[in-house]
Design a protein around this ligand. Structure first.
Ligand code: HEC
Ligand code: HEC
Length: 395
């Protein structure tokens, strides 16, 4: 990713070239296939799509009207099947805007099949979900709230509930210029809210912008390891600390996945819907990740390189939540990733790193520098559905 932005990124990097530790940026290497995009700070706000204009404000600035509407909808259970959960249930403010079980809870009666990701900074991604299966927040939101193991909502029903809510009619008028809410605009408002949930003020970003005191001595040593001996930068690079490519690291499956009948049912429900061979449907014991998108055997078990931002709050880690602490993650990489390689697609990039205990501690410290203050927004007051007579349009 960031291909089109290499030059822009290099210009930005050049601007900060005075930062001693960044002078190693390979300024001439843009055409080189082995070139890693430089480590650069996050832009001031995520890109705003032309067909979903909204305020460029990000947390903690004041929200624009569309972002505020999205904030209400994000927490509003009217947008799920039985109106008992919302986006905010599985992307909870107290658990890093994700869910803190290895495998997320699902729609009532189900367990999800993957770990719930934080929504913080998702406006900067080019592809979403662990396997990158959707490309915009506008299309991600309905995929979540209509999907059988998440929101399980039905469009007409969810739309009626919005239309019967006087406050939404009023807000829709203000934001979209009409007052009988259509569900498609609910997803657009939610996307605008998610863009608001961006964090550009972290010690790491401040350091990249030239504040040499923003990182501790240990974090600076961690950064050098990240770029050097530990080679994390091979995949975790660019402003979001991800190349948005897919790799199989051979992350072990947690018991929450292997031993939960309901999670296994969700998994088979998902892979049936995505169309795989009957053999895979019956026998597969691992999440096949990016394979589901193009059915290319080379993609089996691969997942999008995760962002390293907001990690301090978003435990557990990896697509299946296999690790609860960053120490465990670093130990995993130190051993060269997983060892079973049952799927035969494990990346050749991971090798044992021979990090000392002090080096591992520095790396963990450095990973903490990519999180700023915890983003705390209260649950908003959800606009109530009105009595029948009150929601009829007054002629
Ligand atoms: C029942 C739990 C649940 C609900 C409800 C839910 N999500 Fe998620 N969300 C998840 C899980 C689990 C994943 C990871 C799924 C995957 O990768 O296949 C995810 C992934 C995401 C991502 C991708 C993040 C990334 O890094 O790519 C975004 C954005 C997101 N959800 C937003 C939403 C929004 C908006 C809603 C409401 C419209 C919502 N979610 C409702 C559980 C849930
Ligand atoms: C070969 C590419 C590659 C390299 C090298 C790499 N990573 Fe990763 N990283 C990934 C991928 C892919 C994932 C998601 C894997 C999954 O869920 O199965 C990931 C996930 C993570 C996560 C979990 C984030 C979350 O939100 O769940 C952390 C933390 C992490 N990597 C840190 C590191 C560190 C530290 C290093 C260097 C020691 C490193 N990575 C090296 C590709 C890589």
């Amino acid at each position: 990713m960031f291909k089109g932005n290499y030059w822009l990124a290099l210009v930005i990097a050049a601007t900060f070239i005075s930062v001693a530790s960044l002078t190693a940026v390979p300024v001439f290497a843009a055409g080189d296939p082995d070139f890693d995009p430089p480590l650069v700070p996050l832009p001031a706000h995520p890109p705003i799509p032309a067909d979903n204009k909204s305020s460029t404000a990000i947390y903690p600035a004041k929200m624009g009207p569309k972002q505020e509407l999205g904030y209400l909808l994000f927490f509003d259970p009217k947008l799920t099947g039985d109106a008992s959960l919302s986006c905010g249930t599985c992307h909870h403010p107290d658990t890093g805007w994700g869910f803190n079980d290895p495998i997320s809870r699902g729609y009532p009666g189900t367990v999800h099949w993957r770990n719930s990701q934080t929504i913080v900074n998702t406006g900067y991604f080019h592809k979403l979900f662990w396997a990158g299966s959707v490309t915009s927040l506008e299309s991600q939101a309905p995929a979540a709230n209509k999907g059988g193991v998440a929101g399980n909502g039905e469009d007409d029903m969810m739309e009626s509930r919005l239309q019967m809510t006087p406050e939404y009619r009023q807000r829709w008028k203000e934001v979209f210029g009409y007052d009988r809410p259509l569900i498609k605009d609910a997803w657009r408002a939610i996307a605008a809210f998610e863009r608001y949930m961006s964090q550009t003020d972290t010690p790491y970003d401040r350091f990249l912008k030239g504040d040499n005191k923003a990182l501790t001595a240990s974090q600076k040593r961690g950064l050098e390891l990240f770029k050097g001996k530990a080679n994390c930068v091979e995949c975790h690079n660019g402003p979001m600390l991800t190349d948005e490519k897919y790799y199989n690291l051979d992350v072990p499956n947690p018991v929450e996945w292997t031993e939960s009948g309901l999670a296994q049912i969700s998994y088979r429900f998902e892979i049936y819907a995505k169309g795989v061979t009957e053999k895979l449907y019956r026998e597969s014991k691992h999440d096949l990740g990016a394979y589901f998108r193009g059915k290319n055997p080379q993609d089996i078990g691969k997942f999008r390189t995760a962002t390293l931002r907001y990690l301090s709050y978003s435990t557990p880690f990896m697509h299946n939540g296999a690790f609860f602490t960053l120490e465990e993650v670093v130990d995993f990489y130190n051993e060269g990733g997983g060892e079973s390689d049952l799927l035969n697609t494990k990346t050749k990039i991971l090798k044992p790193l021979n990090l000392t205990d002090d080096e591992k501690a520095d790396l963990v410290e450095f990973l903490g520098s990519m999180s700023g203050e915890e983003i705390k927004l209260p649950f908003p007051k959800i606009p109530p559905i009105a009595a029948f007579d009150d929601w009829q349009p007054k002629k």
